[in-house]
Design a binder for this molecule. Structure first.
Ligand SMILES: [Zn+2]
Length: 395
């Protein structure tokens, strides 16, 4: 392995160790967090755990203060600890046993995003070796893959403790390119309750499926408006806001008026589009037109919305110094957009200048035989070393 020879001696060991924890979002991440916590303490740091409501998962955040003891401002490196399931995927090796083959490291989370975390841990000695001009904050979150729940509690903790990083670099896989914008995503479930009846007597019932179908057709019409009329942002591969109905279930039998129908939809809005306006139009149609029509058939009928998750957009207009920093650290000047959401939107919303930049390609994220090129890991090491130099206090 010629390329692995250029990596720091502990980098592959750290990434391998992190991948060995099955931190699929449905599982606890506490064992992995405890290992990071212990390592940070070895280097004299004092990490803070921010548990979820039942304590089964935790964020971890630590601040390496500036040379004068200051913890204000500075740069935050942020990554999530959870990974997506391997269920139903055909892997050619154990997903939780990292394996190096042909200059790639394979394993669940190799790209998304345990290599980023592994590089930080391997280079901790360098990150803490010099007095810093401004603080460095390291943050690991839970439940990113299922709605960015951890980032929300992390931000609440930072605010409560008065810790306010000036900039944040989210290490999601971007092939080490600076990503300054992504769309928002908003997920909802809509539940229609009608009234069952023998299908020979339809006036006796209320057909939940038929009303859900009208709602779905309305949602599609709004999606078509955005596709045809915009607003457009040409920097995105799909340059307009999209809406998708992704699941539907309902009905009991073909000879029965359907009592229940549920569907889930999401929309992904380009930065600057009012997401509340989109949702309000759908809500107004469903609650203002469909529900009264259902109830006119029978008073028991009802329909309800439940939000499943939301990730705010990351706007290029909100990035300044962080983008410049990433350009300096990577020696590039490109600025890209991506279609997937990240915790970066939440950090930006909290007033932190945020850019996404991390090793590996999103194309390998979430796939069977997920891998990261060793060259990407090496590039991430270079990035961290450059950051350590950049943050160092100049005497
Ligand atoms: Zn990710």
């Amino acid at each position: 392995m010629t390329e692995s020879a250029v990596l720091a001696p502990t980098t592959l060991a750290w990434i391998t160790r992190l991948i060995a924890f099955d931190t699929t979002s449905r599982n606890s991440n506490r064992e992995l967090i405890d290992v990071i916590d212990a390592e940070l303490r070895v280097h004299g740091l004092d990490p803070v755990l921010v548990p979820n409501s039942d304590g089964t998962k935790a964020n971890l955040v630590v601040t390496i203060p500036a040379h004068d003891g200051s913890t204000t401002g500075g740069v935050m490196l942020a990554g999530h600890t959870d990974v997506v399931p391997v269920d139903g995927q055909a892997w050619s090796s154990d997903p939780f046993t990292a394996e190096v083959r042909e200059n790639r490291l394979y394993g669940r989370g190799a790209a998304d995003m345990k290599a980023f975390s592994g590089v930080i841990l391997a280079l901790l000695p360098e990150l803490v070796s010099r007095p810093l001009a401004t603080p460095l904050h390291l943050a690991w979150t839970y439940d990113e893959e299922v709605g960015c729940h951890g980032a929300i509690t992390l931000l609440a903790d930072l605010a409560a403790r008065g810790i306010r990083p000036s900039m944040c670099i989210v290490g999601e896989p971007t092939s080490m390119r600076a990503v300054s914008a992504h769309k928002s995503s908003h997920l909802y479930r809509v539940s229609f309750t009608g009234l069952a009846s023998h299908s020979s007597n339809t006036p006796n019932g209320v057909n939940a499926i038929e009303y859900a179908a009208r709602a779905i057709a309305f949602i599609r019409s709004i999606a078509d408006e955005h596709r045809v009329n915009g607003p457009f942002d040409a920097s995105f591969e799909v340059p307009y806001t999209t809406i998708n109905v992704g699941t539907i279930s309902g009905g009991a039998a073909v000879n029965t008026v359907a009592e229940r129908c549920d569907f889930e939809f999401e929309f992904r809005a380009i930065p600057g589009v009012s997401t509340s306006a989109i949702f309000s139009r759908i809500e107004d149609f469903v609650l203002g037109e469909l529900r009264p029509a259902m109830r006119a058939e029978h008073a028991i009928a009802d329909v309800s919305f439940a939000p499943i998750g939301a990730v705010p957009s990351l706007s290029a207009a909100g990035t300044g110094a962080a983008l410049q920093l990433v350009h300096e650290l990577t020696g590039t000047s490109s600025e890209e957009t991506v279609g997937y959401g990240t915790e970066g939107g939440l950090f930006q919303l909290a007033g932190i200048d945020t850019v996404v930049c991390g090793p590996g390609s999103i194309r390998q994220g979430h796939t069977a035989n997920e891998f990261i090129d060793l060259a990407q890991i090496s590039a991430c090491e270079d990035f961290m070393r450059a950051l350590a130099r950049q943050l160092a206090h100049q005497h």
